[in-house]
Write a protein that binds this ligand. Structure first.
Ligand code: GCB
Length: 646
């Protein structure tokens, strides 16, 4: 959520009175004819912005501000002191939004400081008298926002939406200037963190040095939109689903701003006939239930979605209407099984990345659709949002395609040999991100469990340091708190974290599902697939010994393959070696009933920092190339996963 408490140096705090006053001035400027109508309506006061995905409805409209914005790097951090938000950027160039800045400008590829974005917009005159919010899909890492020179607030962490109520601040009948500073310093106390070369002794240097294995793309990565709603509107919504015999049960809780009370209704369509249920909203809270006879349960085989609308008011024309697509399904862990709608599932699929040349991590709808088509082609039923929350568009499309999604926080490569105050700062950031993630994605049927972190480690990889005494215990306590928080936020889904080579068991064992990454035949026992498999068998036995009958998912395994490199007999870096190793892993994992998922790493090659480990600054463990051409492993997997295509 946008943090509006941090005041900007210089910008004035906006009080509610000023906001209302601004609307009054704008209305005067707009002319006498419209004045009469505007004044007949009650004035809308600024309040808290809703984070709900901005779907349009008969009462709601959006304006997408995507396009070419003005952009300026600020290596000397002059912008705030020189009040660029009050004037205009002194020497701007053009940048597309959404997009990462790194692949566009030669001087910006390795720029990890502050950059400024600016655009202008006019409000739709039809929006007069309505609540207007400004919503960002995500900004990596920290964004500070001004509208017409007024400071709105900031958001840190990236990958998740934030919004501001700009009612009255956005001028009606005149141009508005929106200014955003985005800063992405690679820092020790952030999530994800960058290790401090002064305190860690690396035997492998990367540039830029990160603790994680993907390029730290930065910028306004997802759409920025204006949302117009009625003054009284649905503010937040939680949907949970279950079954009662052949019927589906849809429980809905929603919040209405301003503590509103009054009649409302829920309407579910997508079955033979629409079903509605009345709800009495009291003090801003509505609770209702819909029973769906002969329900079509959501599953990968039949990803049927119903449309749920919440309508406020008792008359013909709703005061507000908010609608979204939902699926009716249950997820649970029973013994060694993950059950979807009561039946065990086996997860085939991959860890992925949001990554493509030029766009970087910017929302790229063509790539998104192509990826999902290829996932279907290869016979995947699932993927993990490694190693951060993906776009809301990706989650909606996963609902439509019927993919089972392991939704991951940005908690990648947390290192527990770092100082306690640093670990605590990361905890606070990660807990905040987890809350934002659950709030954003909890209504998606595709999300089958949460992953709280990927590969937390007692000491950084590629260092000669010893893990200090207490590092494992520090992690145990950290994850105790985080698991408790996750279960508190959502009691309807399992929670896990993804470990590497099984460990430490005290951390991963707190999960409902045991997830592990395993690189025998590559980083360990390099070049020897048979030996790698023997080591894998020992790992599997150890997992069983540590974690009883909990279900296990192998969330990563694989090998780099440079497309076009061949070898017989197969050897490392060739397409054959990658395909053989993945096949050997797959066959081994399938022999153990408590292993309920196998995700080779990765779906496609992706950009990384420069290092002697990464030819062409790419991780080449993709079974598709970065431009999505299949390697030998893709056709091998397609045969193993028995895909019939689409
Ligand atoms: C891992 C990480 C992943 C890396 C991968 C690799 O264990 O989770 O982010 O890209 O290994 O290829 O090294």
């Amino acid at each position: 959520m946008a943090d509006e408490r941090t005041p900007g140096p210089g910008p004035r705090a906006v009080t509610r009175r000023q906001a209302v006053g601004a609307l009054g001035l704008a209305a005067a400027a707009a002319g006498a004819a419209t004045d009469a109508a505007a004044q007949a309506r009650p004035r809308v006061q600024r309040g808290e912005a809703s984070l709900l995905y901005p779907h349009e409805s008969p009462t709601r409209a959006i304006r997408d501000l995507s396009g070419l914005w003005r952009f300026q790097l600020d290596p000397g951090d002059r912008g705030e002191a020189d009040r660029w938000f009050e004037t205009s950027l002194p020497k701007p160039r053009h940048i597309p939004v959404p997009c990462s800045w790194n692949d566009l400008f030669d001087d910006a590829r390795d720029y990890f400081g502050t950059a400024w974005y600016e655009t202008d917009f006019h409000l739709d005159p039809a929006w007069r008298g309505r609540r207007v919010c400004l919503r960002f899909g995500s900004a990596v890492y920290r964004a500070r926002v001004w509208l017409n020179g007024e400071y709105l607030g900031e958001h840190a962490g990236g990958h998740l939406p934030f919004a501001f109520d700009v009612t009255g601040l956005a001028r009606d009948g005149a141009a508005n200037r929106l200014t955003v500073s985005v800063e992405n310093r690679l820092a020790l106390d952030r999530v994800p963190a960058t290790p401090d070369p002064k305190t860690s002794h690396f035997y492998l240097q990367d540039y830029p040095q990160t603790a994680y294995d993907f390029f730290p793309y930065c910028g306004l990565h997802r759409p920025v939109v204006l949302v117009a709603t009625p003054d009284i509107a649905v503010q937040d919504l939680t949907v949970t689903t279950g079954f009662a015999g052949a019927a589906g049960v849809v429980d809905v809780t929603f919040a209405v701003n301003g503590g509103w009370s009054g009649p409302a209704s829920l309407v579910l369509s997508g079955g033979p006939t629409p079903i509605s249920a009345p709800v009495e909203v009291k003090a801003g809270r509505g609770v209702g239930q819909i029973r769906v006879p002969a329900v079509r349960a959501w599953s990968p085989e039949d990803p049927h979605l119903y449309r749920l609308s919440v309508r406020l008011g008792g008359g013909e024309a709703p005061i507000d209407e908010y609608g979204l697509k939902i699926g009716v399904r249950t997820v649970e862990v029973r013994g060694s099984e993950i059950r979807l709608n009561g039946k065990p599932v086996f997860l085939t699929g991959f860890g992925k990345h949001e990554d493509f040349p030029m766009h970087g991590k910017g929302l790229d709808l063509p790539v998104l659709v192509r990826d999902f088509e290829l996932l279907k082609w290869i016979g995947a039923n699932s993927f993990r949002t490694s190693h951060y929350p993906y776009s809301e568009e990706a989650m909606m499309l996963a609902d439509e395609y019927g993919f089972l999604v392991i939704a991951e926080t940005p908690g990648v490569s947390l290192v527990f040999s770092d100082p306690p105050d640093v670990i605590e700062a990361r905890y606070r950031q990660l807990e905040r991100a987890l809350g934002e993630l659950v709030r954003r994605d909890r209504n998606h049927p595709c999300v089958i469990f949460w992953s709280l972190a990927n590969e937390p480690i007692p000491k950084p990889f590629h260092t000669t340091d010893e893990a200090p005494v207490g590092a494992v215990e520090a992690g145990t306590q950290f994850f105790k708190r985080l698991f408790a928080r996750a279960r508190d936020l959502d009691h309807t889904r399992p929670v896990a974290l993804v470990s590497v080579q099984n460990g430490p068991p005290e951390w991963v064992g707190q999960g409902d599902v045991i997830c592990t990454n395993s690189y025998n035949g590559w980083y360990a026992v390099s070049g020897q697939i048979d030996e790698g498999v023997a080591t894998l068998e020992r790992e599997i036995a150890a997992l069983r010994a540590h974690h009883g009958d909990k279900p296990v998912v192998f969330t990563e395994f694989g090998a780099d393959a440079v497309a076009g490199v061949h070898a017989h007999p197969s050897e490392m870096w060739s397409e054959e070696y990658q395909a053989d190793l993945i096949e050997a892993y797959w066959k081994t994992l399938r022999r153990h009933a408590f292993i309920v998922g196998a995700h080779p790493w990765a779906f496609a090659d992706f950009k990384t920092a420069q290092s002697i480990m990464r030819v062409g600054s790419l991780n080449q463990k993709g079974v598709f190339t970065r431009d999505r051409r299949p390697k030998l492993a893709a056709t091998r997997l397609r045969a193993l996963w028995g895909s019939s295509g689409r």
